[in-house]
Design a protein around this ligand. Sequence first.
Ligand code: COA
Length: 261
Amino acid sequence: MQYSNISFETSEDGIATLTVCRPDKLNALDNATMEEIDDALQRVAREPEHRALILTGAGEKAFVAGADINELVNVTPLEWKARCTRDHAILRRLESLPKASLAAINGYALGGGLELALSCTLRVAAENARLGLPEVRIGVFPGNGGTQRLPRLVGRGRALEMMLTGKLIDAAEAERIGLVNRVVPQAELLPYCRGLLKTIAENAPVAAALILECVDVGLRCGLEEGLRFEAAASAAVAASEDRREGTLAFLEKRRPVFRGR
Ligand code: COA
């Protein structure tokens, strides 16, 4: 697929970067942009050269300022539902990638933009970032997973306050409530994110993929089932070449060479 609204590239160390490129619209997500994001996510899932993924927005003002409001004016309920279902599938694809993803929040992360960030493994914000689910102010609804993922991350009370007031919070507040993992100066945002993902990508890929899957499954089921899944995942990791390489390398006092097998 040719991309017009995003850029997608992977550096030599395997860190892919997906940038939403509609800066004149504060990187708002229209239908075409969502389709392109989906295509890039399928590539990340399928192609082994991508070890981890950064999502960010073009320009210095916005990560993503939400769904493109131009496309929300004349929509029937059934069209709205179809769009919502498609976006749920795209964000689930992102959330359940077997590789770490990181939202580098370089400005406004609002509505569908925050919901995109909530579907990533990690979130790092620049000091100028402002985050919120302001949909209620324009009579719409955080229907791309916001009502589900935000309470799971920051707790029911804080999530409901953000959704019902529609107020934006700054980066420091987002860090305080656990909505972002870290706040860094804007100029350091991408280098910091690359460094963090490089650390992750240097570790054993099989173990990393199963950690991601265990947390994903565990947050959607009870503790007993989650622990059973964890035991089965541990056995799969124990059977991997990575496990043998990692433990031998420790005993032989050398750096492990993981192959993700
Ligand atoms: N959808 C479509 N266009 C959007 C947009 C969105 N979600 N967010 C911003 N834009 C557009 C603006 O319409 C404007 O376009 P124009 O120059 O053609 O008029 C451009 O991006 C710049 O935005 P502007 O509002 O002029 O910037 P600002 O600095 O004054 O305000 C925001 C920034 C983020 C506070 C404001 O743009 C905003 O409230 N956006 C909507 C956020 C929202 O409700 N998101 C959830 C949608 S469901």
